[in-house]
Design a protein around this ligand. Structure first.
Ligand SMILES: Nc1ncnc2c1ncn2[C@@H]1O[C@H](COP(=O)(O)OP(=O)(O)OP(=O)(O)O)[C@@H](O)[C@H]1O
Ligand SMILES: [Mg+2]
Length: 228
């Protein structure tokens, strides 16, 4: 494997049984290669397979067929315990709905995530502050989610995701609940994290206005990659 490739999926097929012996093929023979330090966008219409694919790349789901090589091994074949460890310590996830704890400040939300990941107290504080500064919320870290805009809340969720310094970040439709301008800010923030912190980020979107910012774009149609 090329040394710059952090994640490589090959021949991914994902079928769902929908009862009565019928099967839906959500992904058909998909190959994806993710280079370290890049922002990749998976785009496509509703139902094209974006969520199915990003969940398989992020070890949240297993393909029916195919391999996903990350950190030198095919993570499809690893035990649930090992997959869980990889998700927890090496990966991070940002979702469409932000799911912050409303009674906690931005800082407390990020710090709480680190507590769940069992970081020691002094490290929790420095990492939480650093992550909030990285997303441009250094001055607003003691505000609660209800006192922040949608875009700011999504930035808190991103800070929470990156605070443990993951090797790779997965974001499924992180901008879907934001207006176009705010969504664009979030994608630009991803791009900054990639170029300034050498992070690797994969996100899905159906919004064509975002795609110019990405280093690489995969277009999905009916479960197949039709362009990149
Ligand atoms: N658990 C499931 N059981 C049956 N079919 C499923 C399941 N999950 C996804 N599918 C089907 O697989 C296809 C791809 O779904 P997926 O959620 O990956 O699309 P998507 O591109 O993320 O769409 P959206 O933009 O609406 O989020 C769809 O036809 C969907 O109905
Ligand atoms: Mg989806």
């Amino acid at each position: 494997m090329d040394k710059n490739i952090i994640l490589e999926a090959k021949g991914i097929v994902r079928e769902f049984e929908i009862g009565g012996g019928a099967v839906v093929r959500a992904l058909n023979n998909v190959d994806v290669e993710i280079e370290k330090g890049t922002l990749t966008i998976l785009r496509g219409r509703s139902g094209s397979g974006k969520t199915t694919l990003i969940n398989i790349l992020g070890a949240l789901d297993k393909p029916t067929k195919g391999s996903v090589v990350f950190g030198g091994s095919d993570i499809v074949k690893l035990s649930e315990k090992k997959r869980d460890d990889i998700r927890r310590y090496k990966m991070a996830f940002v979702f469409q709905s932000v799911a912050l704890i409303s009674s906690m400040s931005a800082y407390e939300n990020v710090e709480f995530g680190l507590r769940l990941a069992k970081f020691p107290p002094n490290e929790r504080e420095s990492r939480a502050k650093e992550a909030l500064e990285q997303v441009g919320l250094g001055k607003r870290m003691h505000h609660r989610p209800g006192e922040m805009s949608g875009g700011e809340q999504q930035r808190v969720a991103i800070a929470r995701a990156i605070a443990h310094r993951p090797e790779i970040v997965f974001a499924d439709e992180p901008t879907a609940e934001l207006d176009t301008a705010t969504g664009l800010h979030v994608v630009k923030l991803f791009k900054e994290l990639v170029s300034e912190q050498n992070m690797t980020i994969i996100m899905t979107t159906h919004d064509p206005s975002m795609i110019d910012i990405a280093d690489k774009v995969y277009t999905l149609e009916d479960g197949e990659i039709v362009g990149q």
